[in-house]
Write a new protein. Structure first.
Length: 475
């Protein structure tokens, strides 16, 4: 053997002499002959550690000339055996067989060329490749996956131009090409894949991880930016363990990526994973270092809490709810009182009744107002009593809260109706002679009610703001 050795092929356990590089091996049987069926027999010649063919070796070196020579050699070896259309058909079949050959690792020549980023070799081999060649797996990868993981953007685009459906094929543990490019931090490849389909970032692998989860494990914040620009909503998508991208970036100590995620307006810094931990809990479990300290500081600066700190406001909120429901039990007494007053008033109407039992002032507008609002006061009070009975037999806290809100509004309505009925009755009792007194009573009464309603509305609004803040902190 000559002392001249191709160092590239040493990686594959092959010593290539000049004569071997000039391709003196036969691709077909050394004595080509027709079989009984009239077909040419193709004999695969292998060499090296992984039983590579000469085509594998040429693809590995990126030797386009050798690749073309190997594929064209078939024509010369077919001379004198077949002719015409039969010859062309047999040549095509043999070329397809050669391109589809796999070594012991399950690699085709196209896979090897894609892995090494030899674009021109990839283009040449694609001329003779079919769907099976493009999706042939090596360690659960195919030409597109391996090219994406290596950041060979031009090769990725060439493969997708051959078959765009490759974009959605999943291989290793349910990962697509975007998962692999994102994990390796290849910005241009990620950009190219997202241009084909911006929604590709929402696809998950078998662990429920998106490409953003994979990027959060890497060290390139540029990939994270690209993914979020395409679809910012993926930032809160959890994987099967409940981990968001922030949990992952924190655990991997990716400070730049953590800061990138925290800048998002919709980022929930206190999202809990399946282990009931926030990103801050994860950060505090990290070994002491400058980065882990900076990550904790960044999280706290953006409102992060430990999981046990989130429980405290939730417990306080539950206590407020229980107290609220308990206090609303007093509504029934007040409601019965309102109902009793309204019921009595309708039988002792202001101005009295005539001999036929009809109200003397029945035709007056003031009486009509009194009668309508007195009836409203009666029925709303009775409705409050009925709802309170329902409240007592309801076990669900959410249902109780809803009923309490309705009861509260009904009681306010009963109060207003009773007040209006009273004001209207003053015009009947006092009459026209002292109507100014009735007007004075109406103005004073209306002012008191409006002031009370205004003050209560203010405090209810303030209480709701506080309640929402507690809820937000709890989440």
């Amino acid at each position: 053997m000559s002392s001249t050795v191709d160092e590239v092929d040493l990686e594959r356990g092959i010593f290539m002499t000049p004569s071997m590089q000039n391709y003196n091996s036969k691709l077909l049987d050394p004595s080509p002959a027709l079989t009984a069926s009239g077909k040419i027999k193709y004999v695969k010649h292998v060499i090296g550690r992984y039983n590579d063919t000469q085509l594998h070796l040429a693809a590995y070196r990126g030797d386009l000339a050798s690749v073309k020579r190997i594929l064209d050699e078939i024509n010369s070896q077919m001379v004198g055996t077949l002719s015409g259309a039969d010859c062309d058909a047999e040549v095509a079949k043999i070329r397809a067989a050669m391109v589809n050959e796999v070594n012991e690792l399950g690699e085709t020549a196209l896979y090897i060329a894609a892995e090494k980023g030899h674009l021109e070799v990839v283009k040449e081999l694609l001329k003779y490749s079919d769907k099976d060649t493009l999706t042939t797996s090596h360690l659960d990868f195919d030409p597109l996956h391996i090219a994406a993981s290596q950041g060979h953007t031009a090769v990725v685009e060439e493969l997708l131009s051959k078959d765009s459906s490759l974009l959605y094929i999943v291989k290793s543990k349910g990962k697509n090409a975007l998962h692999l490019a994102a994990r390796s931090g290849h910005v241009e490849t990620v950009k190219s894949l997202l241009e084909k389909d911006p929604q590709l970032g929402r696809r998950t692998d078998k662990k429920g991880q998106t490409a953003l989860h994979m990027a959060a494990k890497g060290a390139n914040s540029g990939v994270v930016k690209l993914l979020l620009e395409a679809d910012a909503a993926i930032v809160m998508l959890p994987d099967n363990s409940g981990l968001t991208a922030l949990h992952v970036a924190t655990r991997k100590k990716r400070l730049e990526i953590v800061n990138e995620l925290l800048c998002l307006p919709d980022m929930n810094v206190n999202a809990l994973n399946r282990d009931h931990k926030t990103a801050l809990d994860v950060a505090e479990e990290l070994s002491s270092s400058e980065k882990s300290t900076e990550i904790r500081a960044a999280l706290v600066c953006h409102g992060a809490f430990r999981a046990n700190e989130l429980e405290q406001p939730r417990d306080e909120l539950r206590k407020l709810h229980r107290k609220e429901i308990k206090n609303d039990g007093n509504y029934v007494t007040i409601a019965v009182l309102f109902a009793g007053i309204a019921y009595a008033a309708i039988f002792t109407v202001p101005g009295g009744n005539n001999d036929n039992g009809m109200a003397v002032v029945v035709n007056k507008t003031s009486f009509k107002i009194f009668f309508i609002f007195n009836a409203f006061a009666l029925y709303t009070s009775l409705a409050t009593v009925v709802m309170h009975v329902t409240l007592g037999i309801t076990d669900e806290t959410d249902e109780k809260r809803r009923l309490v809100v309705v009861i509260n509004k009904l009681m306010w309505l009963a109060s207003v109706c009773t007040s209006v009925a009273y004001m209207a009755s003053t015009y009947i009792v006092i009459g026209r002679k002292h109507e100014w007194v009735a007007i004075y009573t109406t103005v004073v009464g209306a002012s008191i009610m409006m002031l009370a309603l205004g003050v209560m509305t203010h405090y209810v609004h303030k209480w709701r703001i506080t309640k929402n803040q507690i809820n937000d902190k709890g989440h």
